[in-house]
Design a protein around this ligand. Sequence first.
Ligand code: HEM
Length: 154
Amino acid sequence: MTAEVPTMYEWAGGAEALERLTERFYQLVTADEVVGPLFAHMDPGHPAHVAMWLGEVFGGPARYTAERGGYPAMLGQHLGKSITERQRRRWVDLLVDAADDVGLPDDPEFRAAFMGYIEWGTRLALSNSQPGATPPREAPVPHWGWGVAPPYQG
Ligand code: HEM
């Protein structure tokens, strides 16, 4: 019999773990000279909202859709921001630092799948944020899974 495969949300530690991650992440982001200026007018609820988004993506409850307006709302926050590749890369680096700081699981399977989503999502955010970009306004919230390497459960 095969053991039930947990969602990435469960493996990460659920909503609480993702909230710890985004709290730490935005502390690092706002203090950073490369990405900080983009977040100068950040809504104080932003870390909690991004934690909801990540939870929904990784197989948790659809709270971003229910409470924040789903994909169109997320997309709308990136349009026109003209994110540069240097800023995208710094955003990724700071998220990895935050994941280490708060003790997000660091097993190879989890981090590989987690970073797969982050790489994909940040590249889309950069492209959607360029002047004149016309990405689809409506799309489902992506649901990210383990891909080719499910979690090692002994
Ligand atoms: C996987 C990649 C990403 C995800 C999942 C993500 C997620 C989100 C979400 C869910 C929001 C809206 C939060 C709300 O409802 O209040 C948001 C806003 C925003 N994002 Fe992203 N984002 C990503 C990449 C990036 C990158 C690479 C940058 C810039 C380097 C960026 C800059 C911003 C900014 C400036 C806002 C608006 C913040 C504010 O003023 O409140 N995002 N993001």
